[in-house]
Write a protein that binds this ligand. Structure first.
Ligand code: G3I
Length: 321
């Protein structure tokens, strides 16, 4: 039995993975990626992002997303959808112009409407807004904030609620929020404010891009999940990976396994943490080496498709639950 099947027995909705388009021609890869026993949930790593889904204004393209959504649906895997509003991977037509607030609001609604309707009942959850805060808890300087002010987040959630399927959960998603810290407290404030003013929001995604030697402990992750559960938010671990400084050693792999296990266990033990998604499972497609040169081996499977200690550590968490 794979991790997805074991996760369900342990009380989670899913254990899943992000999948990118660049490796879909690799049979070794796809036979694991679309195996519902191993992963009963998938997230497209890129295809749903603005630059791919609306490459020209009002021209929509689901090709990349569908390459992942369709086989996932066929395999019986749940889908998380990622992401409507981000500051990264925006198309040139959007970033190269000075929009007025009403213009950009219309652009935002048009995009969310088209994409939400296209994937209507495909998504158990949408990451409506991604990475809106700085680590110190201030609002990240983006085209959205500069043009629309702080109201852009509530606009996005309100439009999302209007156009996505009724059962789709609306998430705010971010990294470095896996501890109680300035950034996660800013998200807490956002949620409180939304609740007070009846703005729709259902969940908070903790990305969990971790590094061996500096990762949150089980207790720290548990405390962060709890602060959102207390406000009635469901939580998901949405982009888990654990990078290490290369070269890899047996000690580092064991330390990595403990981080994976602690994070998964914090989710399993929480009041309302619905699932865990790894941000790809195969080292050669991980985003890590390109972004953090000298770091890597962040995933559960080696380049040669051998399962690492981290895989077995997660398996044990589910079996012991
Ligand atoms: O679009 C080109 C394509 O035309 C070309 O053939 C290909 C070959 O290299 O490159 C393509 O662009 C790459 C794109 O992924 C699609 O594969 C970019 O160079 C690359 O930088 C981009 O990286 C993605 C990154 O977000 C962008 O910031 C990663 O795959 C993706 O895993 C990563 O995911 C983010 C989450 O969305 C949000 N949280 C952090 C996470 C990790 O950065």
């Amino acid at each position: 039995e794979g991790l997805g099947a074991l996760a369900v027995k342990a009380g989670l909705q899913y254990f899943g993975t992000a999948i990118d388009n660049v490796v879909l021609d690799n049979k070794n890869y796809t036979s694991i990626a679309f195996n519902v026993s191993e992963f009963n949930q998938v997230t497209p790593s890129n295809g749903m992002k603005w630059m791919y889904f609306e490459p020209q204004r009002n021209v929509f393209n689901a090709t990349l997303a569908d390459q992942i959504v369709k086989p996932a649906r066929k395999a019986g895997q749940l889908r998380r959808c990622h992401t409507f509003i981000w500051h990264n991977q925006l198309p040139g037509w959007l970033t190269s112009r000075n929009w007025t607030a009403p213009e950009l609001t219309a652009v935002l609604e048009n995009h969310i409407k088209a994409e939400a309707r296209y994937f209507k009942d495909d998504c158990i959850a949408w990451d409506v807004v991604n990475e809106a805060f700085n680590d110190d808890g201030t609002w990240r300087d983006t085209i959205w904030l500069r043009t629309l002010g702080k109201s852009y987040i509530e606009l996005a959630f309100t439009f999302a609620r209007k156009y996505v399927g009724k059962k789709t959960m609306l998430y705010y998603n971010d990294y470095n929020v896996e501890r109680v810290n300035n950034k996660s407290l800013a998200v807490v404030e956002l949620v409180k404010d939304f609740k007070k003013r009846d703005i729709p929001i259902d969940g908070v995604g903790l990305q969990a891009h971790f590094t061996v030697g500096r990762s949150p402990s089980y207790n720290e992750t548990s405390a962060s999940i709890a602060q959102f559960n207390k406000l009635g938010m469901e939580v998901a671990i949405t982009e888990l990976d654990v990078r290490l400084a290369l070269p890899d050693t047996a000690e580092k792999s064991e330390a990595q396994a403990k981080v994976y296990a602690d994070t998964v266990k914090a989710c399993v033990d929480a009041k309302d943490c619905v699932g865990v998604t790894v941000w790809d499972f195969w080292d050669p497609v991980s985003w890590v080496p390109e972004t953090f040169p000298g770091n890597g081996n962040a995933c559960l499977w080696t380049e040669g498709f051998v399962k690492k200690p981290a895989y077995y550590a997660i398996q044990k968490v589910f079996q012991d639950a």
